[in-house]
Write a protein that binds this ligand. Structure first.
Ligand code: SF4
Length: 495
């Protein structure tokens, strides 16, 4: 059969598939279909937009304009998209945003947008990935999720191809590396899956991963996939598809070393992790992560709130004292700078607005602990603040829905702004001081006379350079100033 995979990108609590990340869904599905002998073409939503929004013609951008990030991530198949769609038996649309973020050089498709593009394509249409689940998809926090219109789709199923158990994944993932033939993977980062589920018996109130039993993927299977991706041209990897990296094989340091060392031996340009549960952070595993991974690495903690009332009401996983201990341990071993200019490993802190029990005191508690972090001179690379999406099927949805989002909406701008001004800004000056050189920053987008660049990795800093640099080239950039969430710099070396 002739299949077309249309990647509209995915962003979930554990697992990112928005460029420059290549997510697991397109790789696994591609691997399964080519293993079964089908003809498969990989397209992105950007290819589709170029065809439908721009009539197949890339608009000419003048020096005062912004890069069009809606058509930034074209595949090599973009020039033949009409023929490919006309000839296809089955269109597999991968999409779904469950943890909406801000993306520098990509815009994930919304269900409504994609439906508009695919409704006239004459073939079987399958919606898969997170958007095919009961939770739907939502690009903006604080809103109800979008649901598919089943008049357009033949099937909506998050797991349509049944590549979800590690038995199946391991069978197809190495072959799935061949999907990279359809893009230029030089600056792409591969999201790698190490486990599913959560170790907690009672999950956090808002979480769509809660209550799934924890299953670990064997090291050899992960290594086979990473090797195949490396051979296909990938040089950047993040072991990010799990709810907590430290929990791997029941928080076993030896097993984690067995996982990381062979990947580090390949000498990838980037080897990072994502997602760590503060209560699982210990010294032994932290030292191993620092030893084998590349600098600029971040263990992002799903703290969500420092307010004990909110923690209790939403069954959150960490207490303020456990979080502070984890911040201290990671700083002890990871704060030292690596060769690309960034600290080797730093904590990240995620905060959620709109949880059950949220009051003005919640913000006061958050500020109290952030101030303590600053006072103790701990580094935190990134504070991510989001409004919760009350997905159907979660306890939050059942108990309070968007009640607290509505109630406190009037404060969110102020709360967020205070964290940005008083914490983020101060932290940025410590983590990336003036004069520091960040190596190997990729020029990604223009905005008038400014080019925004960043290193490849997990939550890299965005650096604005006051000139129009050649996009997709690599530069070493010296930091010259700080803005609220980004930095300014000047090029000291071009690739
Ligand atoms: S710790 Fe909470 S947020 Fe993280 S996976 Fe488990 S239930 Fe979900």
């Amino acid at each position: 059969m002739k299949y077309v995979i249309l990647d509209c990108y995915t962003d979930e609590p554990s697992g990112l598939g928005v460029p420059p990340y290549v997510g697991t869904y397109p790789r696994y599905i591609y691997g399964k279909l080519i293993t079964e002998g089908h003809n498969v073409t990989y397209l992105t939503i950007d290819d589709m937009r170029l065809l439908k929004k721009y009539d197949g013609q890339k608009p000419i951008i003048n020096e005062k304009q912004k890069t069009k990030i809606d058509i930034y991530n074209l595949t090599k198949n973009s020039p033949i998209i009409k023929e490919v769609l006309a000839d296809c038996d089955s269109l597999i649309v991968i999409m779904g945003v469950h943890t909406p973020g801000k993306y520098l050089s990509a815009i994930p498709g919304t269900i409504r947008e994609v439906q508009d593009y695919v409704k006239d394509v004459r073939c079987e249409k399958i919606l898969t990935g997170p958007a095919g689940s009961e939770h739907g998809s939502q690009l903006e926090g604080g809103k109800w999720s979008e649901k598919p219109d089943m008049k357009i789709w033949d099937t909506a199923d998050p797991n349509y191809f049944n590549v979800s158990t590690f038995n199946e994944i391991n069978k197809y993932a190495p072959a799935g590396a061949k999907v990279l033939e359809h893009i230029n993977p030089e600056h792409s980062i591969m999201e790698i899956e190490t486990s599913t589920g959560c170790f907690r018996d009672i999950g956090c109130s808002y979480c769509v991963e809660a209550n799934k039993p924890q299953v670990f993927r064997e090291q050899e299977d992960i290594h086979s996939e990473v090797r195949a991706l490396y051979e296909a041209g990938a040089r950047h990897f993040r072991l990010g598809k799990q709810t907590c990296f430290y929990s791997y094989k029941k928080q076993n340091a030896k097993e984690i070393e067995k996982l990381l060392k062979p990947i580090a031996d390949l000498k990838p340009k980037t080897l990072h992790i994502d997602n760590a549960n503060p209560v699982m952070v210990n010294e032994e595993i932290t030292k191993i992560i620092v030893k084998y991974c590349t600098p600029g690495n971040i263990a992002a903690f799903g703290v969500e709130s420092f307010d004990m009332e909110v923690i209790k009401k939403n069954q959150l996983n960490s207490t303020p004292s456990a979080t502070m201990r984890a911040v201290e341990i990671i700083n002890k071993y990871g704060k030292e700078r690596g060769e690309n200019g960034m600290s080797k490993l730093l904590p990240g802190i995620n905060i959620l607005f709109g949880l059950q029990g949220e009051t003005k005191q919640t913000h006061a508690e958050n500020m109290k602990y952030f101030s303590e972090i600053l006072d103790k001179d701990y580094f935190v690379r990134r504070i991510n603040i989001r409004k919760v999406v009350p997905f159907e099927g979660t306890p939050l949805h059942e108990r309070v829905g968007n009640k607290f989002l509505r109630k406190n909406d009037k404060y969110y701008w102020k709360w967020r702004n205070q964290i940005r001004q008083e914490v983020d800004f101060e932290m940025l000056k410590k983590v990336a001081p003036i004069g520091l050189v960040l190596k190997d920053c990729i020029a990604e987008v223009h905005d008038g006379g400014i080019t925004f660049c960043r290193q490849i990795g997990t939550y890299p800093l965005i650096v604005g350079v006051k000139e129009r640099l050649d996009l997709q080239k690599s530069y070493d950039i010296k930091i010259t100033g700080h803005m609220l969430r980004s930095i300014t710099g000047e090029v000291v070396k071009e690739e």
